[in-house]
Design a protein around this ligand. Structure first.
Ligand SMILES: Cc1ncc(COP(=O)(O)O)c(C=O)c1O
Length: 426
């Protein structure tokens, strides 16, 4: 492992982190609060959810999240099934026993509980490389796609530099970018155009300060997909300007309107993947990036040696084991998401109050109140009835709500029925 972070041109993190409204709510909502607070086996408790409290400062939105603006409210009766997972952006999750019992589990028993190699275990890198048809040496395994985002935003930060990303976007990304001092430039995914992701739309946000461009396809929260042709056009146009493209593919290969190849074969492109979304094992906390640029890979490993040092060898071994059984895991996701999406499409046809654009991939979509009202009061009412959807203000688009359809293997029709009853009264 090469240490030398101090030799990198890395600015100090800014003291005050600027965040979009409720960005802090969205991931705890999915990952922490729900499993801890709502369960058929547990008595009802409360979920703390920061309320929207934003102000404009220097043209940017800031959110104050403090005791003073946090609401606590009961979410569900103790005997309710776990309908809350309609808010989730993952697939149907797995238990340790289920994963371990797929194929040979002997490989797990021999794991030595030391640090893992900083770029990730050899077998795991080989299996990830197979998914992307690349050399295992081009794969770096990190602590979730989150650490990939952290390392990449740190790597590209320098005084006066900017990053280009979509609006809406996975809320942690602009927060991390700003924390390292990057300016954020956005390209809009327009609901009226089906949240279309086009090369020209992205390029319009690029300027002389741009150091890196991010695309997320399939996209969280909209479910839109950038076609292979548009991805290539974008990668080549950016390459001509010396600007790397990052394609966040955590929902690859879940597509509903025809497959799209992984972007690893494109020039000038870094690809992100993880175990949380398409592979539906968020508890492993593992993600990866694929990058052909050897010097940048070294710099990224150097950076992560200051964040997490390495992953756990146990979770890496479990992940390699899971990838050896990827077809089984992906088939379960595909079956769950497709069945639920069919129900959701029928449901949406009947809704007068909502507009929506059917997702082309991933596990989420982003319907909106056609009259433009703030969706949060409705989402809070719906939560009281036991069904959570993520309010659009978490993505700085208050008329919308994020609805997931990948996580629930049972109970989705029931959740939609409650959703429909609440809409009828809205
Ligand atoms: C588009 C996108 N990228 C990255 C991440 C981070 O994923 P991980 O759980 O692997 O850290 C998420 C998580 O929701 C996401 O939606």
């Amino acid at each position: 492992m090469r240490l030398g972070i101090s030799t990198l041109a890395m600015p100090m993190p800014v003291a005050k982190i600027t965040v979009p409204p409720n960005s802090a709510a969205i991931e705890p909502w999915e990952r922490k609060a729900i499993p801890a607070t709502m369960s058929a086996r547990q008595p009802a408790r409360t979920l703390s959810m920061p309320k929207q409290n934003t102000k404009r400062a220097n043209g940017e939105k800031t959110a104050k999240i403090s005791k003073g603006n946090v609401t606590s409210r009961p979410l569900a009766a103790p005997d309710r099934p776990r309908l809350e997972r309609i808010a989730s952006s993952t697939g149907p999750t797995w238990t340790f026993g289920e994963i371990a019992s797929l194929g040979q589990r002997a490989e797990l028993d021999d794991v030595r509980l030391s640090y893992a190699p900083p770029p990730g275990a050899k077998l795991l890198r080989e299996r990830i490389a197979q998914l992307h048809d690349v050399d295992p040496g081009e794969v770096l395994v990190m602590t979730g796609a989150s650490e990939c985002l952290l390392a990449l935003t740190a790597h590209f930060a320098e005084p006066g530099a900017s990053i280009v990303l979509s609006r809406p976007v996975y809320p942690a990304l602009p927060v991390m970018a700003r924390a390292w001092g990057l300016e954020v430039r956005e390209y809009l995914l327009d609901a009226r155009r089906g949240f279309a992701q086009t090369a020209d739309g992205v390029l319009a946000a690029v300027d002389s300060s741009t150091r890196v461009v991010f695309v997320n396809s399939p996209h969280n929260p909209t479910g839109s997909v950038m076609s292979a042709a548009e991805q290539r056009k974008l990668a080549e146009a950016l390459g001509a300007r010396g600007i790397p493209l990052v394609v966040d593919e955590v929902y690859h290969p879940l597509y509903f309107t025809g497959p799209v190849p992984t972007a690893t074969q494109l020039p000038n492109t870094i690809v992100l993947g993880d175990f949380a979304k398409a592979l539906s094992i968020p508890g492993l906390r593992l993600g990866w990036l694929v990058d052909r640029d050897v010097r940048r890979r070294e710099a990224l490993i150097d950076l992560r040696s200051y964040f997490t040092i390495s992953n756990s060898p146990l979770t890496e071994a479990l992940a390699a084991h899971a990838l050896g059984n990827a077809p089984t895991i992906l088939a379960r996701l595909e079956a769950t998401a497709s069945a639920n999406l069919a129900l959701l499409a029928e449901f949406m046809k009947r809704q007068k109050l909502l507009g929506w654009s059917p997702p082309a991939g991933g596990t989420t979509c982003f319907p909106w109140f056609a009259d433009g009202r703030d969706a949060r009061p409705f989402c809070e009412t719906l939560a009281k009835a036991g069904v959570l959807v993520a309010p659009g203000d978490c993505f700085d688009m208050p008329a919308h709500m994020r609805v997931g359809f990948g996580a629930m293997r049972t109970g989705y029709a029931e959740a939609l029925a409650i959703f429909g009853e609440a809409l009828a009264k809205a």
